[in-house]
Every structure is written in structure tokens, then in C-alpha cells.
Design a protein around this ligand. Sequence first.
Ligand code: CDP
Ligand code: CDP
Length: 205
Amino acid sequence: MAFTIAIDGPAAAGKGTISKAVAAHFGYAHLDTGLLYRAVGRRMLDGVDPLEAATSLMARDLDATDLRSPEVAQAASRVAVIPEVRAALVDFQHAFARRDGGAVLDGRDIGTVICPDAEAKLFVTASAEVRAERRFRELREKGVETSFDTVLADVRERDARDMDRAAAPMKPAEDAVLIDTSDLTIEDAVAAAIAAVVEKGAVRG
Ligand code: CDP
Ligand code: CDP
């Protein structure tokens, strides 16, 4: 049985948290597709050509420890505007999405471009201020020296680049269920996501 759940939305909206919980609930596999772009961005910062990095990407590249840094997030969004880089990452995502046992993929273009036939699609959002506050708190907990204003500017810059690009811009699929997590606890956001996915026919794998 292949059942694909596509979860898209902007930075720090709660996609990853919701995706992990939904995958655990249904017993599905989870792929954070942002890691693919982060791994390519990481290698670009090391001087590797982004297309070369995308075509030679290996599973172990997704385990690098610093992929979560704001610098790598910015590099990811810069390589993500290159159509050939996106094209080089499609096959891996397709194979993951159609695996037996069900799959949850989160990113920006899963419901629109990568898996337009996904059985369930969610678009998770929250205000830029709430998202920046969440990222700021995460970074501080990791001991990263930064300010709320820096994180907010970073989030806004990345949102704009992701929405305005010609190749697979971030936008809700027409048939996506919208979940605004601005005023939701994690538990409530996860419950809303599970309810929406059950509505689309997902059963525990
Ligand atoms: O994957 P994405 O960048 O969309 O966001 P995330 O990593 O799942 O969530 C970013 C942060 O927001 C994490 O620290 C979550 O614990 C937190 N969060 C929250 O406070 N309330 C929610 N409803 C969802 C996530
Ligand atoms: O965790 P957060 O939401 O901050 O970022 P991410 O999901 O790891 O994505 C990092 C960057 O990769 C995004 O800003 C996008 O530019 C790009 N990305 C994309 O273009 N398409 C995807 N399916 C996933 C990520």
C-alpha cells in the first residue's frame, strides 16, 4: 500500500514537528525534503558547484551536523531557485513517496510539484513573527548568539525567495488543507493534522 501525505509551508511553521508526529501515528516513513536542499547548500558553501552537489548527493550527506544553521538555511534557499538542482532531487523524492507502507514528505512544493497526486495534502502556516520567535528560541537553546530581529529578517528573506521563484514556488496546492499554527499548541496542531489526514482516508500502516 502506498499512501502519500504532502506537508508544505514556510520556515518554522511546524511542518517538521507535525510530519514526525503524523508519520509516527500512522506508522509511515518521513522525509524532510528541506534536508536535501540544505545538504546541497552546505556543499555550495564549501565551494562545490550546486548542480554537481545535487547530482552526487548521498544519504549520508543528510546526516551532517550543521545542516540546521541559519547560514545553511539561506544557502539552501539560494540553491533551491536553480531548476536543474531541483530536477536532480526529484527521483529520490518520488521513490520515497511511493514506497510501500506510506510516506510523509514535508517541504515547499510537495503537494504542488513533487507529489501532485498525494492522497492527503496539508499547508501549514503561522505568522512570520510567531515563526521567528520559535526559531529564535530554538537557536538560543542551542547556544547560538543572535537576535529576534535578525531571525525575523532571515525568515522573511527566505519566505520571499521561496514564494517568488519561478521554479516550484512555495504555495498551497488547490486541494491542500490549511492549518494555521500561530495560536495552536503542538498537540492541537498535530491533532488537527491527523484529523485532516484521516478524513482523506489514511489508515495505520
Ligand atoms: O519544520 P518547520 O521549519 O516548519 O518547523 P518545526 O521545526 O516543526 O517547528 C519550529 C519550532 O516551532 C519547533 O521548536 C517547534 O517545537 C515549535 N512549534 C510550536 O511551538 N508550536 C507549534 N504549533 C508547532 C511548532
Ligand atoms: O526548516 P525550515 O522550514 O526553516 O527550512 P527547510 O524546510 O529545511 O528548507 C530550507 C530551504 O530549502 C527552504 O527555504 C527552501 O528554499 C528550500 N526547499 C525547497 O525549495 N523545496 C523543498 N521541498 C524543501 C525546501
